[in-house]
Design a protein around this ligand. Sequence first.
Ligand code: ATP
Length: 315
Amino acid sequence: MNKLLRLLQDGRFHSGQELGEALGVSRSAVWKHLQRIQNETALPLYKVPGRGYRLAEPLSLLAEDQLLPQLEALGWELYLFDALDSTNAEALRLLSTGRAPFLVVAESQSAGRGRRGRHWVSPFGQNLYCSLAFKVHGGTRQLSGMSLVVGLAVMQTLRGMGLPQAGLKWPNDVYVDGRKIGGILLELTGDPADECHVIAGIGINVNMADAKGIDQPWTSLREWIGMVDRNELLLTFAATLKTYLDRHLAAGFASLREEWEAAHIWQGQSCTLSTGAHELSGTVLGVDPQGGLRLMIDGVERSFSGGELSLRLDR
Ligand code: ATP
């Protein structure tokens, strides 16, 4: 990330002269550079005569030197970007040249993806947007419940940060107090029955205080615990995710199923499952050993899985 923004991330005033000297450029070059940053990031910036420039709010920028040692210790290569279309899309592109496992992280996404082509709102420098690409051998058993396991890792990270009320909504959302704080999008390439690559995309709302374009209730860590150091959060999450993926690899989703059900916010409640073509109402019983949703419908237990399914709470 560019040096100028790093100098400003403390949210304090910095004079044009001080910034120019630090960068070895003129004051007018500083101003031009700042305008470009503003256009690219949409970060509000104050310019006050006699005092200089400051960001409307402090930022916690991602820093490669802070992230690299611990991610390397996990065996993950890091690709860090200021801006991407989507971290999942970049991970997919990198898979054609690079070797997994690797983690793609971006300060912002212009086309962050949710399920079924939905948009994930991803403003610059506020949240975490990352995708882990890794190889999976052994077919369907090794993939069962994978996106639920990633959800558990997000949820445990949030709980560890001081949000004990963080919970999960089948199949791939993380909620706090009835509002969405994170989402997961798993994509596969290769042969799921044999050897394939998984791209686990994760979005977590961290320091975002307001946002345009989210058409459902949402929250962020900041609302509950104040501003968060995003490097620390990313490292904590990465270590937690590695632990969960290792458990999943060793013993399958069945070994994590109870933990997942205990965290399901709508466990035992009346919900409607939309399959695209149909709507089915039933009581949520939990998940099956493959991570499919178990619903009691008219006295009969049925399991559902697949990317098009969407669950809503009956009011
Ligand atoms: P489902 O229950 O089927 O998963 P969903 O509406 O939660 O439905 P997702 O694909 O998981 O769909 O996520 C995309 C949706 O999440 C968007 O349509 C928007 O409503 C919401 N959203 C987008 N960006 C954010 C964000 N940064 N934080 C919270 N929610 C968001």
